[in-house]
Design a protein around this ligand. Structure first.
Ligand code: 6GU
Length: 222
């Protein structure tokens, strides 16, 4: 799977994706992440990428012609890529979209910045995604969140010992709780059943706990 990111701040993407589990996926060539610096498509001596809004108002907008040039270059170098605009006005992202995206083989993210972008960019992309009901200063953190959540669903990115089958949001549920040493800590003990060695009982307990924590914390999920 290849991810392309059009951004004014390429280092911020790599700082979030090149480590830990994703870093391993990159090293073993299961995933690849390429950044395209929007500044390279800017105009004039100062490589300008933004301009003031028609009608007045605060802030600067990323220009549609600059964004178009960047998207065209990425599309030319990545045949069939699925281009996603990151915006608080997009469709809300969740685990079900992560699963859908994990079946694609080339995805491109367009990260906005400043006040936003010229509305006409919406005609140049294949989808618009938001990662939640709050405003971020740019799309980079959203791109990294989506890259991370999609990558771990791609076979081989997680190790044999790190299946995502039991994780939260599989089957619309939160995950059961985990414990490790010490067995006692500040009066809090590890549930007895986990020490029992009885795998049937442990599995039953984990299922019950997943149902309980989901009902308690996220009644909206079920
Ligand atoms: Cl995808 N971008 C920005 N700038 N803000 C957001 C967002 C995306 N999702 C939620 N807030």
């Amino acid at each position: 799977m290849k991810f392309n990111v059009i951004t004014l701040f390429p280092e911020t993407i790599h700082s979030l994706t090149d480590y830990s589990i994703l870093g391993r996926g990159i090293k073993s060539k299961i995933i690849e992440i390429e950044t395209y610096n929007l500044r390279d498509f800017g105009l004039g001596k100062y490589k300008q990428v933004d301009d003031t809004p028609y009608g007045g108002g605060a802030g600067m907008l990323l220009k549609v012609d600059i964004l178009d040039k960047a998207i065209e270059k990425v599309r030319a170098q990545n045949k069939g890529t699925f281009v996603i605009l990151l915006t608080p006005k997009g469709q809300k992202y969740g685990q079900s979209q992560a699963k859908k995206l994990s079946r694609k083989d080339n995805i491109t993210f367009v990260c906005g910045h400043y006040e936003g972008f010229d509305e006409r960019i919406r005609e140049l992309v294949d989808a618009e995604i938001s990662i939640g009901d709050y405003v971020l200063s740019g799309g980079e953190i959203a791109a990294a969140a989506i890259i991370d959540s999609v990558s771990r669903l791609i076979p081989g990115v997680l190790g044999k010992e790190e299946s995502h089958k039991d994780e939260s949001f599989e089957d619309g549920m939160l995950e059961y709780p985990h414990y490790t040493n010490p067995r006692e800590y500040k009066g809090m003990s590890v549930p007895e059943v986990l020490l029992s060695g009885n795998h049937g009982e442990i599995e039953k307990w984990r299922k019950e706990q997943a149902q309980k924590v989901t009902k308690d914390k996220r009644p909206d999920l079920k």
